[in-house]
Every structure is written in structure tokens, then in C-alpha cells.
Design a protein around this ligand. Sequence first.
Ligand SMILES: [Zn+2]
Length: 158
Amino acid sequence: MPASANCVEQQELRDLPARGWSRAAMLFKRALLLRCPQCGGRGVFAHPWSMRDCCPICGYIFASEDGYFLGAYAINLVVAEVIGLGAVLVFLFRSDLSLVWQQVIAITAAILLPVLFYPWSRTFWMAIDLSTAGDKDIEQIQAHLINSRGSDTGTSQQ
Ligand SMILES: [Zn+2]
């Protein structure tokens, strides 16, 4: 089922500033709190590792195109593995722990940090994307997405 089938657009509930620093500040605050970038509503994630297709309050479709969240994986890699694991390794090298414990902690951190940061990588990616695009751009993308998904469902059923 296409994402747009369950998504009811309610643009009157969106209160994101059209442009400027206030837009970026609001977007990053909402990303930090795991809220919808457009309306600030809760429920972006069905559970911490499963993002909904659209906001349950304002109907904003989170992925504006296939592969949209590829940038979120890059953010997750940089934050979790480079910064997060880097900090853990610096701590371990300065500690008096045995080599075995250092390896156990480093491997555990390498596995857990990207898993724990996953939800924020997605909301921060949306914040970065939307802070560089104005509302008009987003509306055009969403309209194109709904139209293309509507025509896909008509032709893909065989
Ligand atoms: Zn919303």
C-alpha cells in the first residue's frame, strides 16, 4: 500500500516558518525531540526503530522520494561511529582496563551507538533537508509524490 493512502494532508495544522533562522531553529528543536518537522506533533515513530510514512497529526509525508533517508545513514555513520565511537576509544586508551575489556566495550559501542542514534539520524536529516528548502519547494515535491504514487498503484496491479 502506498504511503499516501493512509496520509491525510492537513496543512492548516502546520506552523513551520517559511524561511530563515527561526525555521532552522524550530526544525532542529523538533528533530531533537523526535517530533514532526512540520507541526511538531508526536508519533513520528511507531516504535523507536520504525518510522511512520507520514505524520499522524498533519499528514506530512516524511520521505519525499525513494532513497530520501540515505542522508540519514550518513549522519548516523558520522555521529555514531566517528564521533561516538571515537570518544569511547579515547576513553578506553586512557583507561587502565585490560585489553579484553577494552575490546568488549569498543565492540559493544560500535554495535549499539548507531542503533541508539537511528531515530535522531532520521529526524536530523529531515531538519537539514527542510531548513535548506522553503515551503513552496516542499509543497511541489509532496504534490508530485502523491501524483506519482497514485499513478503507480493504477498501473502496477497485475
Ligand atoms: Zn505533523
